[in-house]
Design a protein. Structure first.
Length: 276
């Protein structure tokens, strides 16, 4: 298998982001996305946990992750892993599912690992086209056809936004973490905001959110970091603004969370503009 690499290309005209990666050791911590992920394992095996269950995705299998679904995983010990994926915006999936409005009701995809030869071949064809073609009409038509096929075979109707039942104390803690993500927060401080003990906070937060308070804070920091990098803010300023003591620490955490270095991510934000 090739050495580690990760590339990301934003297709603003299509409403998607195209991601390719090969990892030798990388494992993603628990996190969630604001977009849908529809991908395919291209080499090795992905060992992952999604919403409390463990799975393995082998070459040719499709991976689906719904908006807000908590998941983690990557390379198993001694097993490299390669994959290619689309991040599809919620509005685009609404359009595919022929649903109106963008409230709390979201289309849901079956998965999270699917062995379907027809989808495998369609995904491989689309990924190849996205890598090689600058024809906007061709790419948009191929994307529409692929997403329609995905919905036909994996569409599971709609559901309330995929957030587990959340108690008032945990909601207060989560809101506080989101509002102060880039600040140093003590566990005792967070417990006081929630109005419960530190031990109850840790247990209930993990049960209800699928990740620890620290992991949630780090996810919110990375959300802000991606926003700043997309605006062209220098890495040193992004690191400091997002609460990291030095750029090296920021780079380590960013790559752990996204699979890319901050510099590579910033370079990928040069949007692809197709000329037909």
């Amino acid at each position: 298998m090739a050495r580690e690499m990760a590339t990301r290309l934003v297709h603003s005209d299509l409403g998607i982001t195209h991601f390719r990666a090969v990892y030798q050791k990388h494992v993603f911590p628990p996190h969630s996305h604001d977009d849908y992920l529809i991908g395919m394992t291209t080499a090795g095996a992905e060992h992952f946990e999604q919403e409390g269950a463990r799975h393995v995705s082998l070459p040719g299998m499709l991976r689906t992750i719904n908006v807000d679904a908590v998941h983690s995983g990557g390379c198993a010990k001694g097993q490299p892993w390669g994959y290619e994926a689309l991040f599809v915006s919620a509005p685009l999936m609404h359009e595919v599912a022929e649903r109106k409005g963008h409230g709390d009701t979201l289309p849901q995809l079956l998965g999270p690992a699917v062995d379907d030869p027809r989808l495998r071949d369609a995904a491989a064809e689309l990924f190849a086209l996205l890598r090689t073609s600058d024809d906007s009409l061709l790419r948009s038509s191929a994307l529409a056809g692929f997403l329609q096929l995905v919905w036909q075979r994996l569409g599971a109707g709609s559901a309330e936004r995929a957030v587990p039942v959340e108690s008032a104390p945990i909601r207060r803690a989560r809101d506080y973490l989101a509002e102060n993500a880039c600040e140093k927060i003590l566990l005792s401080e967070l417990a006081a905001v929630a109005g419960i003990s530190r031990f109850h906070l840790l247990r209930q937060f993990k049960e209800q959110r699928g990740m620890t308070p620290w992991q949630y804070q780090m996810q919110e920091r990375m959300r802000r970091a991606r926003h700043l990098l997309a605006r062209g803010v220098p890495l040193s300023i992004v690191a400091a603004d997002c609460g990291f003591s030095d750029q090296s620490h920021f780079t380590h955490r960013f790559r752990q969370r996204t699979g890319m270095t901050p510099a590579s991510y910033a370079a990928s934000m040069v949007t692809r503009i197709a000329v037909t």
